[in-house]
Design a protein around this ligand. Structure first.
Ligand code: HCA
Ligand code: CU
Length: 396
């Protein structure tokens, strides 16, 4: 299938150096901030195991939300998973103590540094915000923790102050800085320059955390990586505050195929991960959701069916089985001659060009929209070849 994509991939690679981009999954932290979502501890542990097996680099959970969450954090840390377990807390010493109490090796802390967050949410001055940031980093580092600091609402912060905070927490030894677009206000070009402005001045590793309020979360996160970040925050199905953050499935596929970022992601788990979250949250992915949505691999128009039946790459960027999804074809008034011929072969009907044409026009005249939908797996694909051969023979 890559052959069909080769020119597209070439454009994608223009002007950017290939590099590894990591994933931090925050289903257990940001995801639980999605209205209506709460997991049981058993579910949290299972989600962590599955995310680890899938191959994400870091898994984030907040131990300060409730005693239950603290218990879950402790238990997940004890599992000895490959991924780092990142305890996400506020920039307060007492919260760092909670992370320590959970035996965390990694923690993340956040503090709003835009004027609106400092003035109206936190009611602190710039000086206080700066002091609190540096003190929290120093405190965590003095206890041997690896830590990330999130400059919350960073995309709306005064760039000079943003840089000052980033520089001072870097000097204090912070291991990573998360640059969030907390209200999802950036466009890709803006996110690129937001990240680059920090990347040009300091060496600390950078995360991007992009909200999806205007539907640009993943595009922005990827642009942020072009600007110098090397870790994207995701959740399964993109759940999170309001309209969430990039979905794990889309991010992992984009990194693997469009960015050629080296990783060991088990992409064939993506459908199961989405199903698991659907089962636990009762949030059903919308029909046209990329990668895992019910119509992501359905083909309908006659011209599309004709092509798909010969070579699915004609209308698919990557094969469905790679991501655990399934190809389906839809028969109805748009099926056309090729769709009709294939349907006839499935039904064991003798077919020739003329019959196929009249079935196609019969389907059209019924005016009943889509009538039938079938999965197109390997066995059925064999049938296509036979049906084509028999059509060819009859033509002669
Ligand atoms: C929050 C804010 C946050 C933090 C992101 C991060 C955001 O809900 O705590 O820690 O990287 O969007 O800014 O999710
Ligand atoms: Cu967020």
């Amino acid at each position: 299938m890559d052959d069909a994509n080769i020119y597209a991939y070439k454009y994608n690679e223009m002007g950017v150096k290939p590099k590894k981009i990591r994933i931090l999954d925050s289903t257990l932290r940001e995801g639980e901030q999605h209205p209506g979502v709460t997991f049981s501890n058993k579910q949290r542990i299972q989600i962590a195991w599955m995310l680890d097996y899938f191959g994400v680099d870091q898994i984030e959970i907040s131990p300060v939300v409730s005693p239950d969450h603290k218990e879950a954090t402790k238990t997940i840390i004890k599992q000895g998973l490959k991924a780092d377990i990142v305890a996400h807390v506020r920039a307060l010493k007492e919260d760092v103590d909670v992370a320590l109490d959970c035996d965390a090796t990694w923690m993340a802390t956040y503090l709003g540094i835009s004027e609106i967050h400092m003035k109206d949410k936190l009611r602190i001055t710039r000086e206080e915000a700066l002091r609190r940031s540096v003190e929290t980093v120093e405190y965590a580092k003095s206890h041997g923790l690896k830590m990330r600091f999130t400059v919350e609402d960073g995309s709306r912060a005064d760039p000079e102050f943003l840089l000052q905070v980033c520089k001072e927490i870097s000097d204090a030894g912070v291991d990573r800085i998360s640059l969030p677009d907390t209200v999802g206000i950036m466009r890709p070009n803006g996110m690129y320059h937001f990240v680059k402005s920090i990347r040009d001045e300091i060496d600390t590793a950078l995360d991007v955390h992009c909200h999806n309020d205007i539907g640009l979360a993943l595009a922005n996160a990827l642009a942020g990586c072009d600007g110098g970040a090397d870790q994207i925050h995701t959740t399964i199905d993109g759940i999170g505050e309001r309209t969430g953050i990039p979905a794990l499935a889309e991010t992992a596929v984009a990194l693997t195929y469009l960015y050629k970022s080296p990783n060991n992601f088990r992409l064939d788990m993506l459908m199961d991960l989405s199903r698991l979250i659907e089962q636990y949250t009762h949030i059903i992915p919308y029909d046209s959701k990329p990668i895992v949505g019910p119509t992501a691999y359905k083909h309908k128009a006659g011209t599309h069916l004709a092509a798909i039946l010969r070579n699915p790459a004609a209308y698919e960027p990557i094969e469905p089985k790679i991501v655990g999804n399934r190809r389906r074809i839809v028969f109805g008034e748009l099926a056309g001659k090729n769709g009709a011929a294939y349907l006839m072969s499935l039904l064991g009907l003798d077919q020739n060009e003329e019959h196929a044409k009249s079935v196609a026009s019969g389907l059209k005249n019924l005016r009943m929209g889509d009538l039938l939908e079938i999965p197109l797996d390997d066995k059925l694909e064999q049938k296509i070849i036979k049906s084509e051969e028999s059509m060819e023979r009859k033509k002669k």
